[in-house]
Design a binder for this molecule. Structure first.
Ligand code: AMP
Length: 508
């Protein structure tokens, strides 16, 4: 069974249904998508690419992204998605490490010739038109059979602690992720539409799998990215959109809705479901999002090593504001998703009592088969089938997991553990604060001290004294930042994660 079979199926029974849209224009029906992907698969084979070979995608969001992905899978190849913000040197390192043979690029981000590729194809060139030329009978080109444990998606970690590692995600992992979406995230009908606003090289792109399973529409905005006005208008034009968004993107959508004076009913005309995750969503932010845009949010927690699947906080839990532990619940990442078990353990993998903070472990069919050509890293990350996520958190008696921080972000000051997230949550409730990020700075007396980077909301007058007073009223003195740095913006990566390493570097 290969992910390509999903496309074959819909090309048969739903041939004329719009499948891929570019803006509000139909780019491909299901039959056309299959015909182009099958055509590409034939060319891969004719050129001597064999099952298991790697094909790199170094592209901005583009309607052809999906055609290339499924073309590769049709031929039994492995897709290597690359963050469009990487430097050419970093991409070349990945090409070499993955042994990628062909690469598809958008020319605005890629140099003319990336070292190491046998063939580089500009996705908007006549060469790409020819490669993706529809074949008259896609069914005459058989899908290369794959075992479910074969790798489909070789995803490179962001490499914040050393060189990136290639995460081997199998066909089974992605099938599991797709089916789990329907149980734990949202029901999907063929009339629905998923919009790829966040980068398709990451989780957002993987949500193509459940939406293909459901035969829904896949929409790449004309701008290729996150333009709130465009997304609201697009949803209104073609029907309410679903999307995956990092909390920073959610914030931009909510800001827009508020600025335009939209009601939750207006928002409902543009958006069906907004799945958020990938970075912490603060309580104050999700409450505002629910107030402004209504009950259309679902949270997921996952990581490259168990993509989109670890825990989820459902629409229902987010709506249950009468629950006595509501605030704790919306500060959590929810409960284990259906196909996985989640535990919190000490360093030796022993379960911790409810409420105690330790490392988060995940086991189940969404967990990677290992790191590409890196047995030592695989053995360290997966022990007895359990993935050691490197995230730190605790479980409550009802099974809700609350993430604290990645272990490397923990601050130890005067021997006490301080979780930056807790301090950030408090800073965000201070009037006039738009964003906050807290890190530890080396200190001769305390080991580390807490430093807060704060972004004031447009036009707001925020002072250090105000922030300090606010913290004094809400958290223990030892957790209070020793320094507040007012900044215009926080450094973030392409997926909307605040780059704490960069913030720490500014302090040394
Ligand atoms: P990546 O492998 O790039 O997808 O990054 C995964 C990491 O992002 C996780 O290990 C978490 O540290 C963080 N993360 C993912 N989802 C959430 C979430 N819902 N809330 C907080 N952090 C998250």
């Amino acid at each position: 069974m290969s992910l390509a079979h999903l496309l074959v199926r819909h090309a048969g029974h739903a041939a004329d249904r719009p499948a891929i849209l570019h803006g509000d224009a139909v780019h491909a029906t299901y039959a056309q998508w299959a015909a182009r992907s099958a055509g590409l698969a034939r060319q891969f084979r004719d050129a001597g690419l064999v099952p298991g070979d790697r094909v790199l995608l170094f592209m901005r969001n583009h309607p052809r992204y999906l055609e290339v992905m499924w073309g590769a899978w049709w031929a039994g190849l492995v897709v290597v998605p690359v963050n469009a913000k990487l430097h050419a040197r970093e991409v070349e390192w990945i090409i070499d490490n993955a042994g990628a043979r062909w690469g598809f690029v958008t020319s605005d981000i890629a140099p003319d010739a990336l070292a190491g590729l046998e063939r580089q194809v500009d996705i908007e060139s006549p060469e790409a038109d020819a490669l993706l030329g529809a074949v008259p009978d896609p069914m005459a080109i058989p899908v290369t059979e794959r075992a479910l444990h074969d790798t489909a998606w070789l995803f490179y970690t962001s490499g914040t602690t050393g060189r990136p590692k290639g995460v081997m995600i199998t066909h089974r992992n992605l099938m599991t992720m797709g089916l789990t979406y329907f149980v734990d995230v949202d029901a999907v009908s063929p009339e629905d539409a998923i919009v790829y606003a966040a980068p398709m090289s990451h989780g957002a792109g993987l949500y193509a799998v459940p939406h293909l399973m459901a035969g829904a529409r896949h929409v790449v905005p004309a701008s290729g990215g996150v333009e709130p006005a465009e997304l609201f208008a697009l949803g209104k034009a073609i029907g309410p959109l679903s999307t995956f968004a990092a909390p920073t993107i959610v914030k931009r959508l909510v800001d827009h809705a508020e600025q335009m004076g939209l009601s939750p009913e207006d928002a409902a005309r543009s958006f069906k479901t907004i799945v958020y995750g990938g970075a912490p969503m603060y309580v104050a932010d999700i409450q505002r999002a629910l107030r402004v845009m209504g009950p259309r949010f679902v949270q997921i927690y996952g990581q490259g090593e168990t993509p989109m699947v670890a825990t989820a906080l459902s629409r229902r839990h987010l709506a249950d504001s009468a629950h006595p532990r509501y605030l704790d619940r919306i500060a959590s990442v929810g409960i284990a998703q259906t196909p996985v078990q989640v535990r919190v353990t000490d360093e030796d993998g022993r379960d911790l009592p409810i409420g105690e903070i330790g490392e988060v472990l995940v086991k189940g069919d969404s967990v990677m088969s290992g790191y590409w050509r890196n047995e030592a890293a695989t053995a360290a990350a997966i022990r007895d089938g359990w993935l050691f996520t490197g995230d730190v958190g605790c479980l409550d008696a009802d099974g809700f997991l609350t993430l604290k921080d990645r272990s490397k972000d923990l601050i130890i000051s005067g021997g006490s553990n301080i979780y930056p997230r807790e301090v950030e949550e408090v800073l965000l409730t201070c009037p006039g604060v738009a964003e906050a990020a807290v890190v530890g700075a080396p200190d001769p007396e305390w080991g580390e001290v807490v430093v807060a980077f704060v972004v004031p909301a447009g036009g707001a007058q925020v002072t250090e004294a105000m922030l300090d007073q606010h913290c004094l009223e809400q958290i223990a003195r030892f957790k209070r930042p020793k320094r507040y740095l007012l900044v215009e913006q926080l450094p973030k990566n392409n997926y909307g994660k605040v780059l704490k390493t960069e913030l720490r570097a500014r302090l040394t």
